[in-house]
Ligand binder design. Structure first.
Ligand SMILES: [Zn+2]
Length: 172
């Protein structure tokens, strides 16, 4: 009995038996890969990483599970890591500008890490208090405020640098 051992060059090697089954099974498993989507913000989780992609979300809608992303989970549970006291009077003069500055930073930073979120902006007549779900975001907003306006910012860390209080005020 002559058994074919080699394939002519350029011919595609056919797959027999176990290998073919294995490849088929692997293909099926890949096709069934389902999406985890955050019901609040629409972020998508893949391999333990969260990202935003409207196209992926629409094209593979079949198998979807819903789970809060780390940012919305933190907001839901009020896991606050940072607060910013805006007592600079600029906040009363150009409130929209200040808010959009903070929202723009949040928008950029949440794409780096979904935990970078503003949980709440409490607006009082002469000052605002902003709560963030990460130390990093509060610090980042403080730095940007100081860079954008003639002002002074202080940073106070606590709980082994896991909590930050930022104060934005007028330059002395
Ligand atoms: Zn979310």
């Amino acid at each position: 009995m002559v058994r074919q051992k080699f394939f002519k060059q350029g011919n595609i090697k056919p797959l027999y038996g176990k290998i073919a089954d294995y490849v088929k099974q692997e293909k099926e498993e890949k096709a069934q890969e389902f999406l985890t989507i955050c019901p609040k913000c629409g972020a998508i989780e893949k391999k333990k990483r969260w990202f935003w992609d409207p196209e992926v979300k629409e094209s593979k809608r079949k198998e979807v599970t819903y789970r809060l992303c780390p940012g919305d989970e933190a907001i839901e549970n009020q896991w606050i890591e940072g607060d910013i006291l805006l007592k600079n009077k600029i906040v009363t003069l150009v409130p929209e500008q200040i808010e959009s500055l903070m929202r723009n930073i949040e928008e950029a930073e949440r794409h780096v890490d979904p935990r970078n979120r503003i949980a709440l902006i409490k607006k009082n007549k002469s000052f605002w208090k902003v709560y963030t779900t990460s130390v990093y975001l509060a610090e980042r907003i403080g730095r940007e405020l100081e860079k954008t306006y003639v002002s002074h910012v202080t940073y106070k860390f606590s709980k082994g640098e896991k909590r930050i209080s930022v104060v934005w005020e007028e330059k002395a």
